[in-house]
Design a protein around this ligand. Structure first.
Ligand code: NAD
Length: 379
């Protein structure tokens, strides 16, 4: 039996991450057929050929359309800039391929709805790149919540900050163009919402605010261009379960490198997680004597599945790229018809609806109700 045939579109930051995952998934998990790295597409034939050699793909093309109809391809990884996602995903689904598309699903809600319709019509698996939910620590948090270890959660706060756009002299690139979406909301907000979705379910209503720290940025060939996206977004939220919350996002936050700071406050305790220290979680419970109460740190270990598939020893830690390997295994599980810990287009549309509502609220200055609805999936 041969493994799935893989087509990869794009080989930047996330393209390499997907390629590493496809290369590693059989070796790490030992229970899936080794995928066949069939075709790689890039913006030019030359670049595609160089990247295919580096990343281990059999063939290369400068035309992504030929990749999505290639009979050797069963699954298409889409890792191109946001604006390409709808066209590429819909073409792949219409060609009868499974899709693994990077977040955000789309930059405009109607496009995301079209992607969902294409996925449903195809009957193929259409999944999104929400790797942070794959952290074994996040699964542990979900278990702690389900077990009631911090009681009823009444307040949820998620912050995501990085500094890759903090320098006002950073060159203008696709993330500053309106074609990439709203800005921090599509870049980071979707990740925050993916964690909220997987831990708690949907969001009922939102009140958003968006800001541009810099009005313009230099362009490569000289001069400056007006920034079209909002690098900062702040949102009050109310969850479907009634809990209050806040999401704060800033991709121009000097000193913050990969911070996703999650604080969950409950009636019997608190959970704190930070992606910059992604192999640990802080747990505070009211159990025990008052004088010994305090946060304790739990480090990842083989107890936290699927850490054990990577390393037999505790405390050594997984990395960002490992989360993609876990996501890849979950995708294959779903393709094989099994339950999977994955955000598909069916769930992802709820995140897109929330993003759309936050942006509308930011422009109108009033709370916006949303019906994200539905139940989160099995852990
Ligand atoms: P990038 O700019 O590093 O890479 C994009 C790649 O797409 C480049 O290699 C570019 O040449 C290629 N490309 C552009 N047009 C193409 C075309 N017509 N045909 C084929 N290839 C083409 O971007 P990135 O940072 O990797 O972001 C890509 C996507 O991944 C974005 O949607 C982004 O939101 C998402 N992303 C997700 C995460 C995550 O944690 N899941 C992290 C970063 C980025």
């Amino acid at each position: 039996m041969t493994g799935l045939g893989i087509g990869l579109i794009g080989t930047g930051y996330m393209g390499k991450c997907h390629a590493l995952a496809w290369n590693a998934v059989a070796a790490v998990f030992g229970d899936v057929e080794r995928p066949r790295l069939a075709v790689l597409a890039e913006a030019s034939q030359d670049l595609a050929e160089r990247k295919a050699r580096e990343l281990g793909f059999a063939r290369a093309t400068g035309d992504w359309r030929s990749l999505v109809t290639d009979p050797a391809v069963d699954v298409v990884s889409i890792t191109t800039p946001n604006a390409f996602h709808p066209e590429m995903a819909i073409a792949a689904l219409e060609a009868g391929k499974h899709v693994w598309c990077e977040k955000p699903m789309a930059t405009r809600l109607p496009d995301a709805e079209r992607m969902l319709a294409a996925a449903r019509a195809s009957g193929k698996v259409a999944a999104l790149g929400y790797n942070y939910i794959q952290n074994p620590i996040v699964r542990l948090i979900r278990r702690l919540l389900d077990e009631g270890r911090i009681g009823e959660v009444n307040h949820v706060r998620v912050e995501m900050d990085e500094d890759f756009m903090a320098n006002p002299e950073e060159l203008f690139y696709w993330k500053s163009e309106a074609s990439s979406g709203h800005g921090a909301l599509d870049d980071f907000g979707v990740h925050a919402l993916s964690l909220i979705w997987i831990l708690f379910g949907g969001v009922r209503r939102v009140c958003g605010h968006m800001a541009k720290p810099y009005a313009d940025r230099p362009v490569k060939d000289g001069g400056r261009r007006s920034v079209e996206t909002y690098d900062i977004a702040t949102t009050l939220i109310e969850l479907d379960n009634g809990a209050s919350g806040a999401i704060a996002l800033n991709r121009s936050a000097w000193g913050r490198k990969g911070r996703i700071f999650v604080q969950l406050f409950g009636s019997k305790g608190t959970i704190v997680f930070d992606q910059e220290r992604m192999n640990e979680v802080q747990l505070y419970t009211t159990d025990g004597a008052g004088e010994t109460q305090g946060f304790r740190t739990i480090l990842t270990s083989p107890h936290h599945s699927p850490y054990d598939k990577f390393i037999p020893a505790p405390g050594h830690g997984l990395g960002f790229n490992d989360l993609k390997i876990v996501e890849c295994r979950e995708l294959i599980r779903r393709i094989d018809g099994e339950a999977a810990h994955l955000i598909t287009f069916d769930d992802g549309i709820r995140i897109e609806r929330a993003v759309d509502a936050i942006a509308r609220s930011a422009h109108s200055g009033v709370w916006v109700d949303i019906a994200t609805g539905g139940d989160r999936q099995a852990a």
